[in-house]
Design a binder for this molecule. Structure first.
Ligand SMILES: [Zn+2]
Ligand SMILES: [Zn+2]
Length: 103
């Protein structure tokens, strides 16, 4: 089992284990992701497109979730923020309207 991967966007090594989430699915340094899951953690998608961060949404309990969009197939996905994600980047993201995104 691989313990880390190289981010396809910024090229930095990223550990699979992340505080606050069971499924590391994005890079904590640049917040980019790759479309590999149909459902979180299943690694069943054959798309493989690069997913970039559109912004974030706020859950009713105040938790922030990242919104990723796939460059290749256009799908948008909600992702939990990991404990070691770049706080500066997350802070600077636009807050999106979840209902307008159709999530
Ligand atoms: Zn990265
Ligand atoms: Zn895709």
């Amino acid at each position: 089992m691989k313990k880390s991967f190289i981010c396809s966007n910024c090229g930095r090594p990223v550990s699979f284990s992340a505080p606050g989430t069971h499924h590391r699915n994005h890079c904590p340094y640049c917040l980019s992701s790759v479309h590999v899951d149909n459902f979180p953690g299943d690694r069943k998608s054959s798309c493989g497109g690069k997913m970039y961060v559109l912004g974030k949404v706020l859950k009713p309990d105040g938790e922030e979730m990242l919104i990723h969009k796939c460059e290749k197939c256009g799908i948008t996905k909600k992702n939990r923020i990991a404990g070691d994600d770049s706080f500066k980047l997350v802070e600077g993201l636009a807050v999106l309207d979840e209902t307008a995104l159709g999530l």
